[in-house]
Every structure is written in structure tokens, then in C-alpha cells.
Write a protein that binds this ligand. Structure first.
Ligand SMILES: [Zn+2]
Length: 118
């Protein structure tokens, strides 16, 4: 593995989104490369600080999105959530007089971003 490839993979590793095999290749390179080792340590430290900073920002009250969905999508029927604390996907299905609207959102570091409305 080259240092350029390692530098591309380090942020993904720090975010926990690198495959196990790629992570093993990266670590094998980092063990023998002081420059990339320093980059990895610094990136991991920065990722931890960003997670802590985001955790301190108060988000919307629990249930906010459900009440918004109830007003815009009708009565909540189904909610599916996938992912981890870093990133995830949720789908809400509601029931109105005219149908079953669907709303999807991405969750990134605890913040929900609407991405789909059918
Ligand atoms: Zn290197």
C-alpha cells in the first residue's frame, strides 16, 4: 500500500466505515510508516473531538420528528432505523386519508437530514 492510498483510507478508518480487510491492510502499512502513523493518530483524535462536540450540541427533543411526521405524514404507521451512532437511515410511513406517505432521512452524527418524501 502506498502512503497516498493510506491517506485516503485513514478518514474512513477513523469514521469506522472501512471494511475489515481494508482496515487490516491500512494497519499493516501504518505499523511500518511513521508518517501515516502520525496521520492516523491525529485523525482519530480529531474524529473523537468532533463526536464529543456534536454530542454536546442539544438536538431536537425526543419525539420531535415523530410529531412533525404526524402533522405532515398523518398517523405514524411504521418507522425503520438502520445504522450506527455515526450514520444511519430511517424510513417513516404514515397513514392519511389519501394514502401512505413515506419519508426518509439520513442521520449523521446524531443529526437527522430529510432526504426522501414520497
Ligand atoms: Zn505511509
Amino acid at each position: 500500500m502506498t502512503c497516498d492510498t493510506a491517506r485516503e483510507m485513514i478518514p474512513l478508518y477513523a469514521a469506522g466505515s472501512l471494511s475489515e480487510d481494508d482496515g487490516a491492510e491500512l494497519i499493516a502499512h501504518v505499523v511500518g510508516c511513521e508518517v501515516c502513523q502520525g496521520d492516523l493518530v491525529e485523525t482519530m483524535r480529531l474524529a473523537r473531538e468532533v463526536r464529543r462536540a456534536f454530542a454536546q450540541i442539544p438536538g431536537p427533543a425526543r419525539g420531535t420528528w415523530i410529531s412533525v411526521a404526524a402533522r405532515t405524514l398523518g398517523t405514524p404507521v411504521l418507522r425503520v432505523e438502520l445504522g450506527s451512532e455515526l450514520a444511519g437511515l430511517s424510513l417513516d410511513v404514515g397513514a392519511t386519508k389519501t394514502g401512505l406517505p413515506i419519508r426518509g432521512s439520513l442521520s449523521i452524527l446524531g443529526r437527522e437530514v430529510p432526504v426522501l418524501r414520497i
